[in-house]
Design a protein around this ligand. Structure first.
Ligand SMILES: *Cc1c(COP(=O)(O)O)cnc(C)c1O
Length: 340
């Protein structure tokens, strides 16, 4: 089975499981879990921030950040394809009472010009705009990496308008690997950053929200309110810590595999893709002559698994379970399916 459905399908290795089995634990709601404390300190250090809080999911870290930055009735600005808006079950409305104003970006990336189109005057008719959310790499944007100059530009515009900055950095590790910069070089533009341990890094559970100490103290209250306070969470935090220390450097392998896959796809009749668009581990491509579902059925039979994105668009994500040999096999499966 060649599983390219997502980088969330990664399974813990024997070494990771051993680290988890041997983890020291305590009641984390009391602050007593040494492994959770170590993970939080380490991820804060890597991102160049004061503090971090561990949570079960990236949806929870993002939504806790939104709740901490806003009050009901406030507005947040984010790209029209942002995960926070698109894939989090309406949580900004349900949990924070915040409204989303969508910025028309390009594959999830925007600049001050696009931000200007949604700015409001200060007027009692309008909601108060509080926050800009950026996603890096962009999920629906096909793993696109924000150029650092764009982040600088957006931060400058946000600060001039009194707005806070949140990064949905579920794949910040991929962005840093692609740019060959430390994660802190990306995080420095933001007041808060959400990162994920269970995608490309391969841990079984968890995300962290990172920021200054006061912000994280307040975020802990909302984590509790949202039901995310965990007890002996060191068992899972140990997997996240192991992933953080061991699996960041190898992400370039996933990126190379994605590039190889994209180049192979570009040569198949009836597949539309520009390999230059593939910057990290996500490969979006279009099919002609079939719907995405029809092609996916043919691939399932051969043991390659991908997901539909739109009627004729398919998404494939390379990850640590997929070798270069399997990438070549997956291409063979697609060639078979397209010619049958
Ligand atoms: C996966 C993902 C998340 C968080 O997802 P969970 O499944 O809730 O952990 C957040 N943002 C982006 C961009 C993602 O890809």
């Amino acid at each position: 089975m060649i599983d390219l459905r997502s980088d969330t399908v990664t399974l813990p290795t024997a070494e990771m499981r051993e680290a988890m089995a041997n983890a020291s634990v305590g009641d984390d709601v009391f602050g007593d879990d040494p492994t959770v404390n170590e993970l939080e300190a380490r991820v804060a250090e890597i991102l160049g921030k004061e503090a971090a809080v561990y949570m079960p999911s990236g949806t929870m870290t993002n939504q806790t950040a939104v709740r901490t930055h806003t009050e009901p009735g406030d507005e947040i600005l984010l790209d029209q394809n942002a995960h926070v808006y698109f894939y989090e079950a309406g949580a900004t409305a349900a949990l924070s009472g915040a409204i989303c104003r969508l910025i028309p970006g390009n594959r999830g990336v925007f600049g001050s010009e696009e931000m200007e189109t949604v700015f409001r005057e200060i007027d009692s008719h309008y909601p108060r705009t509080k926050l800009v959310c950026v996603e890096n790499t962009t999920n629906r944007g096909g793993g696109k990496v924000w150029p650092l100059e764009k982040l600088e530009e957006v931060e400058k515009t946000a600060r001039e308008n009194g707005l806070k900055m949140h990064l949905d950095g579920a794949r910040i590790w991929n962005a840093a690997a692609a740019l060959k910069v430390p994660e802190s070089e990306i995080a420095k533009y933001f007041d808060s950053v959400s990162v994920c341990f269970s995608k490309g890094l391969g841990a079984p559970v968890g995300s962290a929200l990172v920021g200054d100490s006061d912000f994280i103290m307040e975020a802990r209250r909302f984590r509790k309110q949202f039901g995310g306070g965990m007890r002996q969470a060191g068992i899972i935090a140990a997997g996240a810590l192991y992933a953080l220390e061991n699996n960041r450097e190898r992400l370039t392998v996933d990126h190379d595999n994605a590039k190889t896959f994209a180049k192979g796809l570009a040569e198949i009749e009836g597949i539309e893709i520009d390999p230059d668009d593939v910057e990290t581990n996500i490969v979006n491509f279009c099919v002609q002559g079939y719907t995405a579902q029809e092609l996916i059925q043919r691939l399932d039979q051969q043991g390659t698994f991908v997901l539909p994105r739109e009627t004729t668009m398919i998404r494939a994500v390379t990850n640590l379970m997929v070798s270069e040999t399997q990438i070549q096999q997956a291409l063979e499966h697609i060639r078979n399916a397209m010619s049958s």
